[in-house]
Design a protein around this ligand. Structure first.
Ligand SMILES: Nc1ncnc2c1ncn2[C@@H]1O[C@H](COP(=O)(O)OP(=O)(O)OP(=O)(O)O)[C@@H](O)[C@H]1O
Length: 223
């Protein structure tokens, strides 16, 4: 089991306000699975993704990633753990505007002290995998939405993480480009046996995952 969550609860507090965004939620995801998390706006999908990936902390319960209880790691250790084991694909791209496509993709490698020539080679390889080798020296503003999303995917996968989190990976894209991106994710999942957990509103995208986890009001609906 690559991801195991047991009885997790997440409460957001601000002043007197208290929102229980996850309520006694348990789940298990296996190595190599592609899982889609679906449900109405506000049901807790993004919160679940942020907690499972250790970007945010939980109030109760336990989360194990490849056997490691996230609770036992300090914030600094969690950050290092994410860098080594996880890739993130978010809807608003998060690419650095002053860097070219290849520079954006190689960044996670340089951060982990991979020598620059090796990093460049690997980043170019990744851009080729996502079908963007001819745009390596373009800046994000000089790329289309679908192309930017491909750069984000290349960057998320460049250090070969075991786990990839994607929050609305096709949210800003037209349906044709969204289908292409989903096809690419499925292909990478099949080839590399990496585990993908994606949040989506799009039924057509969710249907292509191996499994859909349906959420309502901070809980998982029985399947
Ligand atoms: N930082 C925060 N502080 C307080 N409440 C929050 C915070 N972030 C989210 N919430 C609340 O927690 C609940 C779950 O939010 P979350 O963003 O996880 O939902 P979601 O299912 O991803 O929604 P959407 O599909 O609209 O993105 C919502 O009721 C939301 O208002």
């Amino acid at each position: 089991m690559v991801i195991k969550a047991q009885h997790i609860t997440k409460i957001y507090r601000s002043g007197q306000l208290r929102v229980e965004a996850l309520h006694d939620l348990s789940l298990a995801i296996e190595q190599g699975e592609m899982v889609a998390i679906m449900g109405p706006s506000g049901c807790g999908k993004t919160t679940l993704l942020n907690c499972l990936s250790g970007l945010d902390t939980i109030d109760e319960g336990d989360i194990y990633i490849r056997g490691q209880n996230l609770r036992d790691l300090s914030e600094r250790e969690r950050t290092a753990y994410r860098g080594q084991n996880m890739g993130f694909i978010f809807q608003d791209f998060n690419l650095l505007p002053v860097l070219t496509a290849v520079e954006n993709v190689e960044l996670p490698l340089l951060v982990t002290k991979v020598p620059s020539r090796k990093a460049r080679r690997r980043a170019l390889e990744m851009l080729e995998t996502v079908g963007l080798s001819t745009r390596a020296s373009h800046r994000p503003a000089e790329l289309s939405g679908g192309q930017r999303q491909r750069v984000t995917i290349a960057r998320a996968l460049v250090n070969n993480p075991a786990l990839i989190w994607a929050d609305e990976p096709t949210g800003n894209l037209d349906s044709e480009t969204a289908a292409e991106i989903m096809e690419l994710l499925l292909q990478l999942n099949k080839e590399q046996q990496q585990t993908f957990v994606l949040v989506t509103h799009a039924e057509s995208i969710g249907q292509q995952a191996h499994r859909i986890i349906k959420m309502r009001d901070g809980k998982i609906l029985p399947s």
